[in-house]
Design a protein around this ligand. Structure first.
Ligand SMILES: [Zn+2]
Length: 207
């Protein structure tokens, strides 16, 4: 026996979520139907979709343009920390470990999932790094194979700028391999930032 059309559509909507198969989607759909809060959930989804945008500067999620970080005059605008996802900005901000700006790539290179350079906001990063006001770009990808490949792609793109006065760094190697940045403790994040290493040194002194 088939489910009612509206229920089947709800199940299929859940099935499109990452990591959710048919069985889990069915469980979630039935949970929603039983839940008195279902309409609240629907409203929350509606609001989030309508109000949460990407900052036109850094790409981070925001309700305002530009985002609170890009709009904060106290931040050091000469520093850009490049991360894969907004979750990592959130982790860094929670740790209060970074005083510069961010750049969100929205993904990492992943051949198995078909994520290529053109899917990431690397051209936008290069455009930002073109400005002489930027002195350092820190590549803050996850310490895994995808993160390494992504950092290399960013480095190559930044080198194409031929800006001798631009420093490119990576987070310190103390990060446990294979972990996701957003799950790391504050101390580890602070350490990774403090001991970040140069992957492309500026060749001329700062003016
Ligand atoms: Zn921003």
């Amino acid at each position: 026996m088939a489910y009612p059309r509206a229920l089947e559509e709800l199940i299929q909507a859940f099935e499109r979520f990452p990591g959710i198969g048919r069985r889990s989607a069915e469980r979630l759909a039935f949970h929603v139907l039983r839940d008195d809060e279902a309409r609240g959930l629907a409203r929350a989804i509606d609001d989030a979709v309508a109000q949460v945008k990407r900052c036109s500067v850094c790409g981070n999620v925001t309700e305002h343009e530009p985002c609170a970080i890009c709009g904060d005059d106290e931040r050091d605008r000469s520093l850009i920390l490049v991360v894969e996802e907004p979750r990592q900005v959130e982790a860094m901000e929670r740790a209060a470990a970074w005083k510069g700006l961010y750049h969100v790539l929205y993904g990492a290179l992943n051949a198995a999932e078909g994520t290529e350079v053109r899917h990431l906001s690397i051209p936008k990063l290069v455009q930002r790094a073109r400005s002489g006001a930027v002195h350092e770009v820190c590549l803050g990808m996850d310490p895994d194979a995808e993160g390494e490949a992504t950092a290399l792609a960013c480095l190559e793109a930044l080198e194409s700028l031929q800006r001798d006065d631009l420093h490119v760094t990576r987070l310190a190697r103390g990060l446990p391999a294979g972990t996701a940045i957003e799950f790391l403790h504050r101390g580890i994040l602070e350490d990774a930032l403090e001991h970040r290493r140069v992957v492309k040194a500026r060749r001329t002194p700062r003016s």
